[in-house]
Ligand binder design. Structure first.
Ligand code: IPE
Ligand code: IPE
Ligand code: MG
Ligand code: MG
Ligand code: MG
Length: 293
């Protein structure tokens, strides 16, 4: 199932932005090829879509959100390339094609991931250079914090070390808040920062983001159990093979689906103070759990 039309336009814009952004990254051809292979492989682009849709809640003007949207997708793609490596999840497929290390070898995949992460911050620096707007450094702080040791990388460490040890719900929530939730939260908050959100609007959007971020990983765990590889674009059943505690093992598939639904309903409630301007964020929350890939 693809995006509804009101959201598809953000995805198409992000796709064009990413193509342009990767085209501006120079370097050895072998590296550029691996970076573009993983980046332009047709992911859902949820994080850039979140940046653009959140930015659209507010009046236009100021810093262009596209480099910010692209930077987040660069960071996310790097996280997938490294997540698939033999030392982590050892996954052969990603985004419907052989994973980066299967196609280019481990050394190139590690370095392509390194380069995608670094180029993300190069894109941000280029976009903010020479501007006095405090939104620039605020966005950098948001993305770096979400990606780093206390965010996504920290979550990956806990996920890897904790795999197979029978985590309880509180620990699982903490792992997912970091490994998946942090970048999703950053995407929404960057859109809000660029839009000049008030303190109350920022708080409402942060709560929305935290809830859909958790719902997203609940859905990912359910899809790992229920979705066919052709639709998913990655190998299903990996969590069970690795003996991982997931939302599906903790609550059962139906229980996990109900949990995700409850989170999305609460996230939609969070948007109430933003009124009709947040309509695309409402449908995006629904898409987070209705998705089949
Ligand atoms: C998959 O993310 C990895 C997790 C954080 C669970 P996505 O489901 O957003 O992957 P793409 O970007 O669409 O490939
Ligand atoms: C990975 O989580 C999250 C990242 C930070 C990349 P998973 O290991 O569950 O993601 P998939 O299922 O391989 O996409
Ligand atoms: Mg993993
Ligand atoms: Mg994985
Ligand atoms: Mg998964």
């Amino acid at each position: 199932m693809g995006y509804p039309p009101n959201l598809e336009r953000y995805r198409l814009a992000a796709e064009a932005g990413l193509r342009e952004a990767i085209g501006r990254c120079s370097g050895p051809a072998a590296l550029a090829e691996a970076m573009a292979y993983s980046l332009l492989a047709g992911g859902k682009r949820l994080r850039p879509v979140l940046v653009l849709a959140t930015r659209a809640v507010f009046p236009p003007g100021g810093i262009d959100p596209m480099p910010v949207a692209c930077a987040l997708e660069f960071v996310h793609t790097y996280s997938l390339v490294h997540d698939d490596l033999p030392a982590l999840d050892d996954d052969d497929y990603r985004r419907g094609r052989p994973s980066c290390h299967r196609r280019f070898g481990e050394a190139t995949a590690i370095l392509a991931g390194d380069a995608l992460l670094t180029q993300a911050f190069w894109l941000l620096a280029q976009a903010f250079l020479g501007r006095a707007d405090p939104a620039g450094p605020a966005v950098i702080e948001e993305i770096a914090g979400a990606a780093g040791s206390d965010g996504m990388v920290g979550g990956q460490v806990l996920d890897t070390i904790g795999a197979g040890t029978g985590l309880d719900r509180t620990v699982l929530e903490d792992v997912h808040r970091r490994k998946t939730g942090a970048l999703i939260r950053a995407a929404v908050r960057c859109g809000a920062i660029l839009g000049g959100a008030s303190r109350d609007e920022f708080a409402a959007l942060t709560s929305y983001a935290e809830r859909i971020g958790m719902a997203f990983q609940v859905a990912d765990d359910v899809l790992d159990v229920t979705a066919p590889a052709t639709e998913l674009g990655k190998t299903p059943g990996k969590d069970a093979v690795q003996g991982k505690t997931t939302w599906a093992t903790l609550l059962g598939v139906d229980g996990a689906r109900r949990h995700a639904r409850g989170l999305v309903d609460a996230a939609v409630q969070d948007l109430e103070p933003l009124g009709d301007a947040a309509r695309d964020l409402r449908s995006l929350a629904e898409f987070f759990v209705d998705r089949t890939w």
